[in-house]
Ligand binder design. Structure first.
Ligand code: HEM
Length: 145
């Protein structure tokens, strides 16, 4: 359980990094007239990593002491965050990245593909950033790694 938390916690950095690189890449290649295999792979890996986080997070949900739906749970910041906000926002983010990437793959024009990735991935990055239990939100008991 402890190891799994560290995997889930550490993978946040890889997820944020991949999202960031995918966004920068979309900007840099926007007017290149090309959408290459490397673009496709970067965008795919960013999405896959988020799916992996969902899987690990789902397992953690059954093991963690940070989730409880006992009476009055909504009044407890930690229970509300992990039992509702974290899960809901992350599932929304992963749904959006999946839709956005599909739209980009379906588009024919390379510029349209990059633009689609750019818009959807920025939205996803913002949501994920907001839904991470950063250590400075002290009530949540999160850590940096
Ligand atoms: C993109 C998706 C996700 C990211 C980037 C993410 C990231 C994180 C981070 C950074 C922590 C804090 C770990 C720590 O400070 O030690 C955390 C904790 C947690 N996450 Fe996620 N998460 C994601 C999705 C999910 C989902 C979908 C679930 C549940 C279905 C989930 C369940 C949990 C639980 C239960 C904890 C608390 C673990 C504990 O400390 O006992 N996560 N998550």
């Amino acid at each position: 359980m402890g190891a799994l938390i560290h995997v889930h916690s550490g993978l946040r950095w890889l997820a944020l990094a991949l999202l960031f690189f995918a966004i920068v890449n979309a900007i840099l290649k926007l007017k290149s007239g090309k959408y290459e295999k490397s673009d496709k792979m970067l965008n795919l890996f960013a999405m896959v990593l988020l799916h992996i986080q969902i899987l690990i997070g789902t397992v953690l949900s059954f093991l963690t002491g940070k989730i409880s739906y006992a009476e009055g749970w909504m009044k407890n910041p930690q229970y509300r965050f992990f039992g509702l906000e974290h899960i809901l926002l992350m599932v929304i983010a992963v749904t959006l990245i999946t839709i956005g990437r599909k739209k980009a793959e379906r588009a024919i024009d390379p510029a349209k593909k990059h633009k689609t990735i750019l818009i959807w991935y920025v939205i996803v990055l913002v949501i994920i950033f907001l839904a991470i239990p950063w250590p400075f939100r002290t009530a949540l008991g999160g850590s940096w790694f």
